[in-house]
Design a protein around this ligand. Structure first.
Ligand code: FAD
Length: 535
């Protein structure tokens, strides 16, 4: 009772002070099983994300107790005469405020600050079906917890992201990619079924067979069509160990030729292909300080200056081979056979061997180190591009050897190819028009260390320059985890898929209430001052 009074008071105060347009009774009458909160600390948490580039305060935060809570909230928003927006927030690892909303409620799908502080009941633990090789998970479950649950049964999902403290709903709303994508496709290609709360507040199960338009819309759908509350994810037998290898190249075309050769082996039997193919660019000696460099042991120092190529740029191919007791006897030969045809710098082979879970959870180790140094919670002006294979050499010349010059990098620059055939064209995800395309991910942190080239302003300008360069050179890139501010840019981004995207929006979220932080659609409700803008 006291909580309800406090909440009423807080919502009323918000309405008076900032002129919000919602009737508090609309929220209070919801009667949710979870908790609706206007606690300033929680509102502050929900107004920020990993990027630390934008800050948008929601009106309140919902910690759902069930999918029904989410449906009740969205339904209230849908039928509300004033209208308010609703944004699911996974783990808040977006860069540009994609999970934020003003004039609305943020749903903390993965617990948020309150969840972790108060140890709120976890929603439905992952349910593994060993027979069917799948796992049913809550939409806010973190991938690390999905992995831990499935490993108890000797199984694991097939397709990953490099970092596992991301939510299932969050990565399925984008794609979910890592070095396994060439082989298994992105995470959105490895889902059998979803439960989704649409923008009308209905809970619908969907799959290839049932409500298939909603299913395909939601996968890669940037949260525009519904909130994923449950996902059924494909599993495979989990390997026990991983042989993890890095080799260096000074020549870009040799590097990409080898990467493309390795991903072309996707149809081979397991023993005759790698399980993971990635790579990164080294534009300076930042490799040593790079957050992914924990791989290189002190006994194995990298003397970049002794092997630096033209323009001082090096490229690192990163590959892995999974194995277990039954294949431990042949792993050396398998790796050797696969590496035989590659043309890396012979003296630059770095190998390590570790348990599967340690490999998958590798970025978290780097996170802990950066946190200890106060370097994790800093602005992240990240830029992720999908680049058609045929234009990679131009990108190398113009960006890696051009715009990035000899700047010290304050974060990794990933570069790896994927096969378009592994992406279901019926999903909402957008990729370039070539059979093979690359992820080029500039994952840089802005540092306030007096070095101009690492400042937020400098890095942001550099990102603009890179996008302009691609535009001027006619390189038809697609942004991954896209960020645009006008509908024209979004139409351009979706290209042929825009009409379908728009039709699906009108069908599943006709009032445009959901995920307004993506800035694709304006909500269709009005206040006394006209149309309400969510950003
Ligand atoms: P949020 O940022 O909270 O949400 C992202 C969007 O999805 C928002 O629009 C939100 O409204 C919507 N959303 C969230 N939950 C749901 C739901 N249940 N239903 C419907 N919509 C929802 N991505 C890769 O693909 N590969 C990587 O290797 C990778 N590595 C990363 C490493 C780090 C350190 C970080 C910070 C990010 C990385 N990402 C990677 C990006 C990541 O996939 C995105 O940030 C993604 O948004 C997931 O983050 P999240 O779960 O915190 O979602």
């Amino acid at each position: 009772m006291t909580t309800k009074l406090l909440l009423t008071f807080a919502i009323c105060r918000l309405i008076v002070t900032v002129g919000l347009t919602v009737d508090p009774s609309e929220l209070l009458l919801l009667g949710v099983d979870g908790q609706l909160s206007v606690d300033p600390f929680e509102v502050e948490t929900a107004s920020l994300d990993f990027g630390l580039l934008t800050r948008v305060e929601p009106m309140a935060v919902l910690h759902p107790g069930s999918a029904d809570d989410i449906a009740r909230l969205v339904r209230a928003a849908y039928i509300s005469s004033h209208g308010f927006t609703v944004s699911a927030r996974g783990h808040g690892h977006s860069i540009n405020g994609q999970a934020q909303t003003s004039n609305g409620v943020v749903i903390e799908m993965s617990g948020g600050s309150r969840g972790s502080r108060l140890g709120l009941r976890k929603l439905d633990k992952p349910q593994v079906s060993v027979k069917e090789k799948h796992v049913e998970v809550w939409g806010g479950e973190l991938w690390i917890d999905v992995l831990r649950s499935t490993l108890e049964h000797g199984l694991a999902p097939k397709s990953w992201t490099d970092y596992l403290y991301l939510s299932v709903g969050g990565t399925l709303s984008n794609g979910g990619i890592s070095g396994q994508a060439f082989n298994h496709g992105p995470q959105i290609s490895n889902v059998y079924e979803l439960d989704v709360v649409t923008g009308k507040g209905e809970i619908l199960a969907c799959s290839e067979e049932k409500n298939s338009d909603l299913f395909h819309a939601v996968l890669g759908g940037l949260g525009q069509f519904g909130i994923i509350t449950r996902a059924r994810i494909a599993l495979e037998p989990a390997p026990q160990r991983v042989r993890w290898i890095r080799v260096l190249y000074s020549n870009f075309s040799t590097f990409t030729r080898d990467q493309e050769h390795l991903i072309s082996l996707h149809g081979n039997p397991t023993s005759r292909k790698f399980d993971y193919v990635e790579g990164f660019v080294i534009v300076d000696e930042g490799l040593i300080n790079n957050w992914r460099s924990s791989f290189f042991s002190p006994r194995n120092p990298v003397k970049i200056s002794s092997i630096a190529g033209n323009g001082g740029v090096l490229y690192c191919l990163e590959i892995t081979k999974n194995y277990d007791e039954s294949t431990a006897g042949t792993i050396d030969q398998e790796v050797e056979a696969l590496m035989k045809g590659l043309n890396f710098i012979p003296s630059s082979v770095f190998t390590t061997d570790l348990p599967y879970i340690d490999f998958l959870d590798r970025v978290h180790k780097a996170e802990l180190k950066l946190r200890a140094k106060g370097l994790w919670e800093v602005p992240h002006p990240w830029l992720n591009l999908f680049v058609p294979k045929s234009r990679m050499a131009d990108l190398d010349r113009g960006v890696f050897k051009g715009i990035l010059g000899n700047n010290k990098t304050s974060g990794p620059i990933l570069i790896y190819p994927m096969n378009k055939s592994k992406w279901d064209q019926r999903s909402s995800a957008v990729t370039p028009d070539e059979d093979v395309f690359y992820l080029v991910a500039l994952l840089r942190s802005a540092l306030d260390n007096g070095e101009e080239t690492q400042s937020l302003e400098y890095l942001t300008n550099q990102n603009h320059k890179i996008l302009r360069f691609c535009d001027d050179a006619g390189i038809k890139v697609k942004q991954y985890l896209p960020h645009y501010t006008t509908q024209e840019e979004w139409m351009d981004h979706f290209g042929d898929k825009w009409d379908q995207f728009y039709r699906r929006k009108m069908e599943f979220d006709p009032r445009h209430l959901l995920a307004t932080g993506q800035r694709i659609f304006n909500p269709s409700f009005t206040s006394s001052s006209g149309t309400v803008s969510p950003w």
